[in-house]
Design a protein around this ligand. Structure first.
Ligand code: AMP
Ligand code: FE
Ligand code: FE
Ligand code: ZN
Length: 293
């Protein structure tokens, strides 16, 4: 059984529609795939329908923009109901922050001599409710300023880069609470990717498990070298949380992130499903408690 728990569609910053993504996942021999678009669940109905059609299991996921001490942290959620309630409300605030950041970034890019217009970016955003830097990168490529998304990030858009503008994110401890409150399982995405080992060292991950009930960490990810994977797998075991593996597929938007390039062990996935049942039951109990209290 081949399981990939982290992918992006055109509903955020991937380049395949949810149906295309699921169809490709089936063709790639995957049995289970989670759609985890950034700060939106709008792609899930299409993905779930496609899963039924092509005969693979689609997990309802999302990737929440969080932070710790001002540094970006991504939180994957599985089985969370993000259609209403506090999680949905906060995700809408995050999306507003994404939209509001666009013009300030474009102003910086113009100053840097690589202008693109809002219209040029919106052509790549399309109907996505989650405006991302990769869409700005695509516009920079189309305008001939850079060769690909990677060059756009390396030269301009990366965190701390000359055209970077920060946006609203959720403290990761609160993010975990919001995911649990919505009946979902919370897993930190690529905890040691792109310099995040400074933001999420082992003691911080241990604290998030002990105090927030963090459910898991993504271990096998292309941003983790072999040493990071080995250390994170050991840490997940020590902390008694699940350690997942995923592609973080973005279609043609991210090279070397092909569907199934990393996968999650079936026993780990079984634990995730069991955790999701518990989180959903906790949520139902909390709701009954609120109604009777
Ligand atoms: P944003 O969601 O606007 O904060 O932008 C972050 C997204 O940009 C991540 O989810 C990645 O998909 C993408 N990204 C970050 N760094 C790079 C990079 N060096 N090359 C290509 N894409 C990147
Ligand atoms: Fe992304
Ligand atoms: Fe991420
Ligand atoms: Zn991702």
């Amino acid at each position: 059984m081949r399981i990939d728990l982290h992918t992006h569609s055109t509903v955020s910053d991937g380049t395949d529609t949810p149906a295309e993504l699921i169809t490709k996942a089936a063709a790639a021999g995957l049995d289970v795939v989670a759609l985890t678009d950034h700060d939106t669940v709008d792609g899930l109905p299409e993905a779930l329908a496609a899963g039924e059609r092509v005969g693979i299991e689609v997990v309802d996921g999302l990737e929440l923009s969080c932070s710790r001490g001002g540094q970006s942290v991504h939180l994957l959620a599985y089985g969370a109901d993000a259609t209403d309630g506090p999680l949905a409300t906060e995700m809408a605030v995050v999306r507003d922050g994404r939209t509001g950041r666009l013009l300030p970034v474009l102003a910086k890019l113009a100053t840097l001599g690589v202008p693109v217009t809002e219209e040029q970016v919106m052509a790549f955003v399309g109907s996505s409710p989650s405006v991302g830097r990769p869409h700005i990168a695509d516009a920079l490529v189309a305008a001939g300023h850079v060769a690909d998304r990677k060059e756009a990030f390396d030269r301009f858009l990366a965190d701390g880069g000359p055209a970077h503008v920060s946006r609203y994110t959720i403290d990761v401890a609160r993010g975990i609470d919001l995911v649990h409150g919505a009946g979902g399982v919370a897993v930190i995405a690529h905890p040691w990717g792109r310099g995040r080992e400074q933001v999420l060292p082992p003691d911080v991950l241990a604290e998030l498990v002990a105090e927030q009930g963090l459910d898991g960490i993504e271990v096998d990810h292309q941003d983790h070298d072999l040493a990071a994977r080995t250390a994170l797998r050991r840490l997940a075991d020590e902390l008694g949380v699940i350690g997942t593996g995923s592609s973080d597929y973005h279609g043609t938007g991210k090279v070397d992130h092909d569907l199934g390039v990393n996968t999650t062990d079936p026993r780990t996935y079984a634990r995730l499903i069991e955790l999701q049942r518990q989180r959903a039951a906790d949520r139902a109990r909390a709701r009954v408690g609120r109604m009777s209290g």
